[in-house]
Design a protein around this ligand. Structure first.
Ligand SMILES: Cc1cc2nc3c(=O)[nH]c(=O)nc-3n(C[C@H](O)[C@H](O)[C@H](O)COP(=O)(O)O)c2cc1C
Length: 231
């Protein structure tokens, strides 16, 4: 039997899943828990310093009768450095990290100052891309060089926007040529799954999974997120 959910379920009212709206998350993320790949987008700021931005709301698609491959960044903050640099340089690199490089990639969020080389400050290595004017991260096993194509707000006036990047080409670590989805492969962002039929005492945290292995999930089980991942 299927249960149907359209309005905020009663069990979610007063919990983090409802409060999350104030930081930009619908309760549907927690009830529906659709995964998306997680990666670092790198570009140059106007002062020449490398910028790095974790992104977790993206999908990839072919278009133009198979003549192009595109990343649809579903929600880019218009007040962040990534958006600013995309408008300025119109080029960026999408860097996929393994579980091993995950902590350093997350550290870029703390090293988000305009003056900072966010890649080096986070213990990673910046290398120039081959086909676009952007840095890429050596420790990430796959780097996609991209060109800005267009953007569109899902709802007019929103402070986040959908950005389409064309993937021009890729650099792939030889060890990953056969398989990019193993334990040390692609990471997926999955919001903690909440069963709306249960009581309010369910833990709430966004998690990163490499296949089935949990590498990020920090909760006291009381419905409180201890580590705030979005800053
Ligand atoms: C797992 C994860 C996924 C994220 N996804 C997004 C996203 O899709 N869009 C966004 O604007 N910020 C996202 N963020 C937040 C940004 O990475 C963070 O605010 C960053 O410091 C902004 O960098 P910027 O100033 O270079 O844009 C995410 C953070 C994490 C930890």
């Amino acid at each position: 039997m299927k249960r149907s959910y359209r309005e905020t379920p009663e069990t979610i009212k007063g919990t983090f899943a409802e409060y999350a709206k104030t930081i930009g998350f619908s309760w549907k993320e927690f009830v529906m828990s659709v995964p998306s790949p997680m990666f670092l987008v790198t570009s140059y700021k106007s002062n020449g310093q490398p910028n790095a931005c974790m992104q977790g709301w993206t999908t990839f698609t072919s278009a133009n009768h198979g003549n192009g491959y595109y990343a649809i960044l579903g929600s880019v903050n218009k007040n962040g450095h990534l958006y600013e640099t995309l408008k300025e340089t119109r080029e960026a690199v999408i860097n996929f990290m393994s579980a091993e490089a995950y902590d350093a990639c997350m550290a870029t969020i703390r090293n988000n100052q305009f003056e900072a080389d966010e890649i080096t400050a986070s213990g990673l290595t910046a290398e120039p891309a081959s086909w676009v004017n952007a840095p890429m991260v050596r420790e990430c096993f796959m780097n996609l060089e991209c060109r800005y194509v267009w953007e569109k707000e899902i709802v007019p006036g929103d402070d986040h926007t959908v950005v389409c990047l064309e993937v021009l080409g890729a650099h792939i670590d030889e060890a990953y040529l056969d398989d990019k989805t193993g334990e040390q492969g692609l990471l997926y962002n999955i919001h903690h799954q909440i069963n709306p039929e249960k009581d309010k005492k369910q833990p709430t945290i966004m998690r990163a999974y490499s296949r089935k292995k949990l590498i990020w999930g920090n909760t006291d089980g009381g419905g409180v997120m201890l580590e705030r991942p979005y800053v």
